[in-house]
Every structure is written in C-alpha cells, then in structure tokens.
Design a protein around this ligand. Sequence first.
Ligand code: ZN
Ligand code: MN
Length: 468
Amino acid sequence: MSKEFLKTKIGLEIHVQLATKSKMFCGCDNNAEGKEPNSMVCPVCMGLPGSLPVANKQAVLFTLKTGIVLNCKISKISKFDRKHYFYPDLPKGYQISQYDEPFCVGGYVDVTDGRINLTRIHLEEDAGKLTHSNGSSLVDLNRAGTPLMEIVSDPDITSPKQAGEFLRKLQKIVRDVARVSEASMEKGHLRCDANISVSDDKGVMSQIVELKNINSFRFVEKALEIEEARLKDEYPNWPEDGKKVTRGYDSKKNTTFVQRTKEEAADYRYFPEPDLPPFDTSCFDLESLRQDIGSSEEDVIAELLKIGITETDSVVLANDLNKLLFFRKISDFYEDNAYVARAVVHNYLGFSIVEDDYVLSAEYAQGLKKLKEGAITKSLLAEIAVLIHDKKCTYQAALEMKGGGVVNDEAELGSMIDLILEKFPAEVLSYKSGKTQLLGFFMGQVMREAKGKADPKAVNRMVLDKLK
Ligand code: ZN
Ligand code: MN
C-alpha cells in the first residue's frame, strides 16, 4: 500500500563547539586535543563545591554573532539556567544551559526547496567524556565546560535528504561566515540530535523519535531514513501515548535501536543559575559583530586587496577576527591602510589588542603614525602602547611618561656621535681603511648612548658624514 499521504516532520538540534581560547565558565584551555586526560581542568570545570563560574565573553559574542548571521532576534535580556541530571561525566549534577531566555530566538536557513525556521540558539557547557573498557568506565573531564552553542530548528524539515542539506549549510555558516567554530564533525565539534515524526492526512501523529548524538551527515540521513520507513510501516498501529522515544543509530549494522524514554523539561528541574547574573545584550557592541559578517573569507580578502593591503597581510587579517576588527578600528584614524595592516599583522604594538582597547584606537593610530615618521623607535612604540593600554591614557601622555620622543636635534646628536668616535679611535681607523661594515657598530654605540631614543635615520646620515 502506498503511504503517500503520510507526511514526515523533522527537527534538528545541533551542538556546535565554539572555538574560544578558554572554556565556558573558567580559564582552562578550550583545546584539549591530544592532551593527557584530566590535565585541562580546574575546580570550576571539575564541579568542586564552592567554585564559581564566570561567563566567557567571547563565547557569548560568538553566539550573538551566529544569531545575527542566521537572522535571529537577539534577546535583550538573557540568562543561564541549571539543567539537572545525573551522569558520571557531569560532576556538578547539573549542566549550565539556558531555558526560557536564550540569547537568540527565531531565525531561518534557506535550503533548495524551502525555508527551515529556527526556534532558538542558546549557549551551554559540555560534559566530560566516558570511556568504557574491560568492564570499567573512565572519566575524562578535559571536555567538561567546553562552550557549546545549541541551534534548534522548528520541525520544518520534510525529508531526511533535506535534513542533510540543512546541516551542511549550517556547518558552512558557522565555520566560514560567522567563523565561530572549526565545525569538524569528525572531531565532534558538530553533533546532531534529530527528531522525527510522521502524521497522516487527518493529523494523527506517530511517536516522536529522537535520534541522539549522530556524528556524520551521512549517518544522520541514514538514521532518519530508517526511522521514516519504520514509522510509515507501523501505520496505523502507532502507540497512543505519543511519548518521545530515544533511539540510537548503529552505523556498522545500519540500524536503529531503543535507548530510553525521554525526560520532559520538568524532569530537569530547571532554575536560574544563581551564580551568574542575567545579561543585558545591549551592552555588547552588536554593530561591530554585524560589520564583520555577511562576507566569506574570500570576500574579506578581496575587500582588503582593494584598499591596498598586500595579499599576505590580507590573508592573515581575514583569518583572525581580532586582528581584522582592530585593523578596521585603527584605519579609521590613520588612512595608510597597507601600513596599518602590516603593523597589526606584525604586532608593532608589541601585544595583542582586544575589544576593550577599541576606544583607544585613535591613540594607537597616533603611535603608528609617529613610528612611520621616524619620530619614535619601534621599541619605544611598544612601551608606549603598553602604557596606553594599562593606563587608558592618550598617546601624548604615554610619550611624556617615557621621557619624550626621539632625539633628532642635530647639535645634540652631533655631540653624541663625536663622543663615540673619540672613544673608538682604532675602529675609526679601520673603517677609514675600508672596513665599512663597522658602520653598524657605530650606530649601535650611538643608539645606546641615546638610550634608544635617537632617530636612526638622522644618526645614520650624520655618522656617515663624520667618517668621510
Ligand atoms: Zn576549568
Ligand atoms: Mn544541549
């Protein structure tokens, strides 16, 4: 019997591991690849009593940015909640997740033959890992506390094939457009749970089958195909209680099997996380997140090339969000794009600028300008930049704290050079008899005399002059 009148409904929940430096609520390294088990842990991610979580700002920004890319509404107020369940790899006995006030609501992804609406995007922490061997179970908490962004779709997907297309598209978006995750399925950065049900033309619905933690696009499609066929086969003998069931997928046998009946939200005893205050997302600079997206890496590179930046520097900037944003901030104040790009790529300021520094962009721009003009040396710039950063002061104030800029007063430099030449008569003689590589030696001596504050171009010219 043909069962064409049976309609399939699929919804997906995708967990995306965010590529932040540290974990979601502590300072532990977020990249545990290849590390000793339980070597990347601290009291917070081990769930020790009395430890307190601090939310990772980058993870929050990554989530908001993904929400912007996926056309979501960004919630003005958002908060974390505790989701209680017991598992040996979850030492706290609850997961910090988000219940009724996720960061992003709604949104959509367009696929070939339709639009898949999104329910929400929320942020949570991952659990650890269990390894079962020889009848015992080993717990590794390196992964515990890793930031996970969970993207939940409405049950708008109408076939296993469309689910596959949606997933592939989403992977590209988080990896290449929002650039918030490596999104490698093999490494488990992207994990997918799928819900599937089938209804007849009178609206009678089958059970909802949830397929958990499937780690490849192909397996998601296959497992959904198996369930779709099974539910259609069972029709009209569907169980009436309509409860959700969880099934796993065995990729070796290409079959699914019953795992457990699913908890309802009430079973998790959600309540607001008391150790983390709610967020007011209007405190974040959503505009600069917005500016950074909507363009693929290729688009960013093309745009940078167009404003005169070298190809090498363009590639570096396009691959480093922090540097790219900083370049954009500085070049608002100093229009020599190629030079500013090189300075940011090669870290002329001597440290990596973060978002808190953006308000000081004009001061850093001034420093770079002075370096290019030869008014300060590179090492002095680095010292000044650290002062600007630490003291939140102007370029001028930092320069004065460092005792002023370079000496390029001819008389002052001249007497310093005379002093050095008098101090090293033998070297002067050998220079004059042809050992011209000694120029560097004299330069070095003068710079040391001037405590690094002499203008190297002027010194070079004057030393050459005096040795004639
Ligand atoms: Zn930790
Ligand atoms: Mn989750």
